[in-house]
Design a protein around this ligand. Structure first.
Ligand code: SF4
Length: 319
């Protein structure tokens, strides 16, 4: 196996285990494509949420976080691992690495269901941090960044003990990929392609699928929902409808306040910056269905048109 010294970011090392071909492009020094909008957004979201997720961690774990964004660089079996640790917490006489993550509702649901194994890249990242710092415990503090606006953020904390096997396996994969780089033999593409295999989440996607026709590429958009995903989609649908209902109630309340202001001030409009609210009169034509229904059948048929359409009925609390 290759004993060449290379530098790998802890946050990237986990992706090597998801796709060795991705690792190949990194270690061989291929130029990555520009970050996708989704990647950039995830990065910005991470930065926005991090301070308050860490504040939540201090409260929930009853501890104090020091050394925030600690820069780390250490030698692991001849491989230089670098990274930024979100923080180190001292709580209940224990010291632990803290890593904050802000996930989509879908990612949050999968980490709740399956634990850390649904995010193997985080397991590797956090174990590398523990290894580099000589700390035996870590807390992965996860927020559902898509928690409905009307309630406090959903969080979960995953406690992890240092696992030397995870670190050893990471070294093995990096060395194996390095061998392939030296032989200039890229690993196979992922089969079946995973979530990572998309222009949104793999910065080497275009390079990797260069010359491969559209039909043979992993679908950019999943059209058919796999059965294992449907439960989560239904939960999110119910939540989204609740959010909409909450927003509609808020709009109604705010409209009532503005209306009472306009009436009290005897005004027709109010303006704030480039926003204008004005009272306008509209005429609405309504039909008295009770009277139409009472008409003889032949007349009624000429007046009424019946169409059938399908709708989704969503109910919560069904036993
Ligand atoms: S596009 Fe897919 S197979 Fe290719 S490097 Fe990225 S994750 Fe791996």
């Amino acid at each position: 196996m290759s004993d060449r010294n290379v530098t790998v970011r802890a946050s990237q090392a986990g992706a090597f285990s998801i796709c060795p071909r991705f690792g190949y492009y990194v270690l061989a020094g291929f130029e990555p494509g520009p970050p996708s909008e989704l990647t950039e957004r995830a990065f910005v979201d991470g930065n926005i949420h991090e301070p308050s997720v860490l504040a939540y961690a201090e409260k929930a774990l009853n501890g104090v976080i020091r050394e925030r964004q600690k820069e780390l660089s250490f030698n692991l079996d001849g491989i230089t691992i670098t990274g930024h640790v979100d923080g180190i917490i001292e709580a209940d006489e224990c010291e632990a690495v803290v890593e904050a993550k802000a996930l989509s509702a879908r990612g949050f649901a999968s980490i709740l269901d399956e634990g850390i194994k649904s995010f193997p890249q985080y397991l590797v990242q956090v174990n590398l941090y523990m290894h580099g710092l000589g700390i035996k415990k870590a807390f992965l503090v996860v927020r559902n960044k898509e928690t409905p606006r009307y309630r406090h953020y959903d969080h979960c904390i995953i406690e992890l003990d240092y696992d030397a096997d995870v670190v050893a396996e990471t070294v093995r994969i990096i060395r194996e990929v390095l061998d392939m780089v030296e032989k200039q033999e890229p690993p196979e593409r992922l089969t079946p392609p995973s979530w990572k295999c998309s222009p949104s989440w793999c910065e080497y996607y275009e390079l990797c699928y260069e010359g491969v026709g559209e039909a043979d590429r992993p679908p950019a958009k999943r059209v058919v929902v796999p059965p294992e995903d449907v439960a989560e989609i239904i939960v999110r649908l119910a939540e989204a409808r609740e959010e909409r209902a909450e927003l509609e109630r808020e709009i109604e309340h705010l409209e009532g306040l503005v209306r009472s202001y306009l009436e009290h001030e005897k005004k027709d409009r109010a303006r704030v910056g480039d926003i204008e609210v004005s009272r306008i009169l509209r005429t609405r034509e309504t039909v008295d269905y009770a009277r139409i229904k009472a008409l003889p059948e032949e007349i009624k048929q000429g007046l009424m048109r019946v169409t059938t359409y399908e709708m989704l009925k969503v109910r919560k609390g069904v036993k």
